[in-house]
Write a protein that binds this ligand. Structure first.
Ligand code: AMP
Ligand code: MG
Length: 403
């Protein structure tokens, strides 16, 4: 049997295996105004034609093209007006009717002439365009030209962006069905790691990973941080904390304690808490000891190696897609662009290499120097990281993932 430690040769394959084990959380109905940033759980279907009536695209005059006199000196009498929000009325023969943007086209009219193209004089207008310059249908938005009743507008599994939020209401979904927010538990491990505000001795460190993970999660409106907890490097304590988190969370992110050291208890604690390991260790740097497991209720559990740069890249490359799948996204991997390095250093690795970079122009990035995956000084001002395949000297185009 292949051990979960050496099963996957690439981050893509490992991620695919993890994603295949994750099901979306349940759904709930929300007010459309509260749907911003949530993941749609049902298709949006137009409940009526859009527009629902022929409407004017401009402020102007609706008329029948056939009524327009060839001689520009003729005038058309204006038979009233229709404002936006008013029902349509019939257009008397040989007359024009004043209309405003978004107003119904009067029954019988086949063209709108813009206000700036007519001479208005009391109750009549003269069109100041050559007859040939006006065509039937000009400045009329036809009923159903945007979408027909019953037409599919949005698929489920996409996030509600500003245009999607507008479309939800425009097409009649006042109480859309969305996936529940994914409740995420964060567990920081390490006897040496202190919480916020504590003054560390030189042999102790401040928790950089908790804030980094919470910052990533704070950018995700479809996530809710349920708990952010700390555990000492003790198997029993860790197992207990993990059990508690799995009892109340849809996903769990753990920092530290996943390597091979005698004090790295996360893999054993995950199994003791009822999780099933999907992979442990990947051919990547940083992040080689990464653990991915699935909890008893289908919760993705990501054991992120504790060095701060490892946590940042593995959270982004593996935990984020897992959370997106859990949240119901149809595209678990965020789209990434390709960048070229402005000054590749020619170094190679026999591993997939995640290197923090700064963008210097469109599609161009520079490597951000750092001593090790424990060094946040340079990466603190990076824009994201690139993924370089094994043995590649860095002279190609690489997927760039912004923080
Ligand atoms: P571990 O993965 O637990 O072996 O940790 C690897 C390295 O990351 C060690 O040097 C830890 O001290 C450091 N580390 C672990 N957790 C944190 C944290 N929350 N913040 C900053 N550094 C950490
Ligand atoms: Mg540790």
């Amino acid at each position: 049997m292949v051990s979960p430690t050496d099963q996957f040769k690439s981050p893509h394959d490992a991620l695919a295996a993890l994603l295949a084990r994750i099901e979306p959380v349940g759904v709930e109905q929300v007010d459309s105004y509260a749907a911003a940033g949530r993941v749609l759980a049902e298709p949006l279907v137009a409940d009526r034609d859009s527009p629902a009536h022929d409407v004017s695209a401009m402020d102007g005059y609706a008329l029948r093209l056939a009524d327009l006199p060839a001689d520009a000196s003729w005038r058309l009498e204006v038979a009233g007006e229709i404002a936006a929000g008013q029902p349509p009325r019939p257009l008397p023969v040989g007359r024009a009717m004043r209309v405003f943007t978004g107003a119904c086209i009067p029954t019988g009219a086949d063209v709108v002439v813009r206000r700036e193209d007519v001479d208005e004089d009391g109750g009549s207008i003269a069109v100041s365009l050559m007859p040939g310059a006006i065509r039937s249908g000009d400045y009329i938005r036809r009923r159903g030209e945007n979408a027909r009743e019953g037409q599919s507008i949005l698929p489920p599994g996409i996030v509600v962006t500003p245009p999607a939020a507008g479309a939800l209401v425009a097409f009649g979904a006042h109480r859309p069905m969305v996936y529940r927010r994914v409740r995420v538990g964060v567990l920081i491990t390490g006897d040496e790691v202190l919480g916020p505000g504590a003054v560390p001795e030189p042999w102790q460190i401040r928790d950089a990973n908790g804030p980094a993970l919470l910052c990533l999660l704070a950018t995700l409106p479809w996530v809710e941080v349920a708990v952010c907890d700390h555990s000492p490097d003790d198997l029993e304590a860790l197992t207990l904390r993990l059990r508690e988190l799995l009892a109340c969370c849809d996903a769990v992110l753990v920092s530290g304690g996943v390597s091979m050291g005698d004090r790295d208890h996360v893999p054993a604690a995950a199994v003791a808490a009822g999780a099933d390991c999907v992979f442990h260790k990947l051919p990547t740097r940083p992040g080689r000891p990464l653990l991915a497991a699935v909890g008893p209720a289908g919760q993705p559990i990501l054991g992120l190696p504790g060095n701060p740069v490892s946590v940042l890249v593995t959270a982004h490359r593996f935990a984020l897609p897992a959370l997106r799948r859990r949240a119901g996204w149809i595209t678990p991997e965020p789209p990434c662009s390709l960048v070229h390095l402005i000054a590749p250093d020619g170094r190679t690795l026999h591993l997939w290499w995640y290197r923090p970079v700064r963008l210097t122009g469109p599609g161009i990035a520079e490597l951000v120097p750092h001593i090790s995956s424990g060094d946040l000084a340079g990466p603190a001002s990076s824009d994201g990281f690139i993924e370089i395949p094994p043995t590649d000297p860095g002279r190609g185009a690489y997927p760039f993932r912004p923080w």
